[in-house]
Design a binder for this molecule. Structure first.
Ligand code: SF4
Length: 457
């Protein structure tokens, strides 16, 4: 017999919103676990204590945004519509059944104006992280890092080419410091001659850049296997114990992965107080300066095994030359010396240059096996961070190395896949790097809350 559902929805009920939300609903479990009152303390300075119209409760404001990131609702207008009809969302925000949902434009204006340039979202992210740490979800033993592209809200077709001032990066400034230190050491002991006019900067003062007038902060990304266009990069570090995101930093899409890495590692150690023993990242992070700095910090780096190695145009390789450590020179297969001549910068490396005497090489019967046609004598370049790289690569191929790389794949790539599919990380609505960073932090915060509820709720 067929049943027809008619005229059932006109009855009056005595009901509260509390009864309508199931006991085991995710938002209930989340509310039981996380004390959101920290939002009042973090935002109290942005509200006048005496004057002005009553504001939207800052906890409601942040929870409103969180609903969007927890449930993958990208548009703030749609979040408002969803809260209007979803009892669990209303309950989470502390709104009653008949209470008006804050207007989406009010939420946007609050976020854009009141909290602008104040790092509020970062502080909230770190508060949630602190709660995760207190609950024992962050073990600090192994931190895994990777970056992903996030599409900027800028049209690819409207890009223009400009001449921009060259800006030095944190990574290059660090290299400058190491280079100055090494040069001073070598000059003091008389190993190399003092530089006459200082190092000629290889960087140009102006560089050509492709920018989008709609979002000039975004960077043009052109990487194999990635979409071409204006993007940001979200550099995210995850603790390997439960996959809790411990740090997020955003750069334009054309920045090399290794550039912000050391700065973020130091931030995690000094600001968040993480006592990490090991870190893992993909091969883009295995730059020699990174190996050196991590060695100094006592942190072990695990990256995929290096493939290839140095390529030679001639038969004699570096291994054919014997290094005399006490005298600091190389002996070539013909028994001649290659002495230290200078210190040179090679983009991401600093090298000591050893060179044989031109006369020795020109008269040598092995010249064609040893010196390429474009050179007059043999040169050996030794990276000043070579020892640090060797130490960091000692465990390559070991079972522990393989296991850590697998964990990195699971947690880093898995987290990005989840965030892109369910937590709004696939693209941005707002413009500018500050908005991009807030967006990525909120996405990571949503993931942390979800993982916290899964582990403890
Ligand atoms: S070419 Fe020069 S460096 Fe090479 S083996 Fe002969 S003397 Fe030594």
């Amino acid at each position: 017999m067929m049943t027809r559902t008619e005229n059932k929805q006109i009855k009056f009920h005595m009901i509260t919103i509390e009864n309508l939300v199931p006991e085991n609903h995710f938002l209930r479990r989340l509310n039981r676990l996380v004390d959101f009152s920290f939002i009042y303390e973090e935002t109290q300075d942005y509200y006048c204590k005496k004057n002005g119209r009553p504001s939207i409760d800052p906890v409601v404001l942040i929870k409103y945004l969180l609903i969007g990131f927890l449930y993958g609702i990208a548009s703030e207008r749609r979040i408002e519509q969803e809260i209007q009809v979803n009892m669990a969302y209303r309950w989470f925000l502390g709104l009653d059944l008949d209470e008006r949902v804050p207007d989406h434009s009010t939420i946007s204006q609050n976020r854009r104006r009141r909290f602008r340039g104040e790092n509020v979202i970062r502080r909230l992210f770190e508060q949630v992280l602190e709660q995760c740490m207190e609950m024992g979800l962050v073990k600090e033993e192994l931190i895994l890092t990777d970056s992903t592209h996030v599409k900027a809200n800028a049209s690819f077709k409207r890009n223009i080419q400009i001449l921009a001032e060259h800006e030095t990066t944190d990574y290059m400034e660090r290299l400058d410091i190491y280079e100055a230190r090494e040069r001073e050491r070598l000059e003091t002991c008389g190993a190399i001659k003092p530089q006459r006019n200082g190092r000629l900067k290889e960087e140009k003062s102006q560089v050509q850049r492709i920018i989008s007038p709609t979002d000039p902060d975004a960077g043009m990304m052109k990487r194999p296997g990635k979409p071409v266009g204006m993007h940001y990069l979200s550099h995210q570090s995850v603790d390997a114990a439960y996959g809790i995101v411990v740090d997020v930093a955003v750069t334009p899409g054309n920045v090399n992965d290794s550039e912000p890495y050391l700065e973020r590692i130091e931030y995690m150690c000094s600001h968040l107080g993480l006592k990490m023993k090991a870190v893992s990242a993909d091969s883009a992070y295995s730059a020699s300066l990174i190996c050196q700095r991590l060695n100094e910090m006592g942190i072990r780096l695990y990256t995929p095994k290096a493939t290839g190695g140095a390529t030679y145009k001639v038969e004699f390789k570096r291994e054919n030359f014997k290094y005399q450590k006490e005298k600091d020179y190389f002996i070539c297969p013909a028994g001649k010396k290659l002495t230290l001549r200078s210190l040179e910068r090679e983009h991401y490396n600093i090298c000591r240059i050893y060179r044989a005497d031109r006369k020795d090489c020109q008269m040598c019967p092995m010249l064609s096996q040893c010196v390429s046609a474009s050179q007059r004598s043999r040169t050996i370049r030794v990276n000043i961070f070579e020892e640090a790289v060797k130490i960091q690569r000692e465990r390559d191929g070991s079972p522990l190395h393989r296991q850590i790389l697998k964990e990195r794949q699971i947690w880093c790539e898995g987290s990005f896949a989840t965030q892109k599919a369910h937590h709004n990380l696939s693209g941005l609505f707002r413009r500018g790097i500050e908005a991009a960073e807030e967006h990525c932090l909120l996405s990571a915060m949503a993931l942390n809350l979800k993982r916290m509820v899964k582990c403890l709720g």
